[in-house]
Ligand binder design. Structure first.
Ligand SMILES: CSCCC(=O)C(=O)COP(=O)(O)O
Ligand SMILES: [Zn+2]
Length: 214
C-alpha cells in the first residue's frame, strides 16, 4: 500500500494554527474581500497553505490544503493560493523559515504605493525593531523592501530576490498590494507581521503630521 502523501495529524495541526491567526487578522481588517494567504512549512517538501479565493476570516480545515515546494497540489483537486509560489520561494530560499503570512491592510497597501519609486521603506530609530529577530536596538536603520506588483509570480520572485539582500529582513511590501512577513514558526511570523504593520502605520502618521505642518 502506498505511504500517505503527508502526515495528516501534522497537517491538521498546521491548519488549526492558520485558522486561529487568520480569524484575528481578518478581525483587524487586514484580509478584505478574500485577500491574504497563509502557510506553514510541514517538512522539507510540503507546506500547508490556504486555498485560493476563500474568505480568510472564515476558514475551516477544508479551506486549507497541502502543496509541495514546486507549488503542486498534493492529494487534493483544490487550487492553492494564486500566490503560493511566493510562499514556496521563501521556504526554498531560507531553510529556517517555517511560516509565511500575507495580508492586505490599508496601511500596508498604501505604504507600498507611497514608497514604490524608492524600492524600500527606510525606518529609523524605533524601539519596536527589537520585535524583529536579530535586531537588538532602536539605534539602527532598517529598509523594508518594496517591489512592484505583478500578476506574473516568476517576475515577482525575481524582484524579491533582487532586494532581499540583507540578513534578518523578515518581510517585503508589494506596491499597492500588501505585505509578506515570515519567521521560523507562525508565532514569530505573526510577530513580524504585527511589527511591520505598526512601523508602517507610524511612518504614515508622521507623513500626515508633517504634511499638516506639525
Ligand atoms: C481579492 S485579493 C486578490 C488576490 C490576492 O492578492 C490575495 O492575496 C488572495 O489570493 P488567494 O489566491 O490566496 O486567495
Ligand atoms: Zn495578495
Amino acid at each position: 500500500m502506498n505511504a500517505p502523501a503527508f502526515d495528516h495529524n501534522l497537517y491538521a495541526g498546521c491548519a488549526a494554527q492558520i485558522i486561529s491567526h487568520t480569524r484575528e487578522l481578518a478581525a483587524k481588517g487586514w484580509t478584505p474581500a478574500t485577500a491574504g494567504n497563509f502557510s506553514i512549512r510541514m517538512d522539507a517538501e510540503h507546506a500547508a497553505i490556504t486555498i485560493s479565493g476563500k474568505d480568510k476570516g472564515r476558514l475551516t480545515e477544508a479551506d486549507i490544503m497541502v502543496v509541495n515546494m514546486a507549488n503542486d497540489p498534493v492529494a487534493t483537486h483544490h487550487r492553492p493560493s494564486a500566490e503560493a509560489a511566493l510562499h514556496t520561494h521563501l521556504y526554498r530560499r531560507f531553510p529556517d523559515v517555517g511560516a509565511v503570512l500575507h495580508t492586505h491592510s490599508p496601511t500596508q497597501t498604501i505604504a507600498g504605493l507611497l514608497h514604490a519609486d524608492e524600492g524600500r521603506v527606510r525606518l529609523r530609530g524605533y524601539e519596536l525593531f527589537k520585535a524583529l529577530r536579530g535586531h537588538t536596538t532602536h539605534e539602527a536603520e532598517l529598509d523594508l523592501p518594496v517591489v512592484p506588483n505583478s500578476q506574473d509570480m516568476d517576475q515577482l520572485i525575481a524582484s524579491v530576490d533582487a532586494v532581499l539582500t540583507q540578513p534578518n529582513t523578515w518581510g517585503y511590501l508589494i506596491a499597492g498590494h500588501g505585505l509578506y512577513a515570515w519567521g521560523r514558526d507562525i508565532n514569530e511570523a505573526r510577530r513580524h507581521l504585527d511589527a511591520f504593520e505598526f512601523l508602517l502605520g507610524c511612518e504614515l502618521e508622521m507623513r500626515r503630521l508633517r504634511g499638516a505642518g506639525a
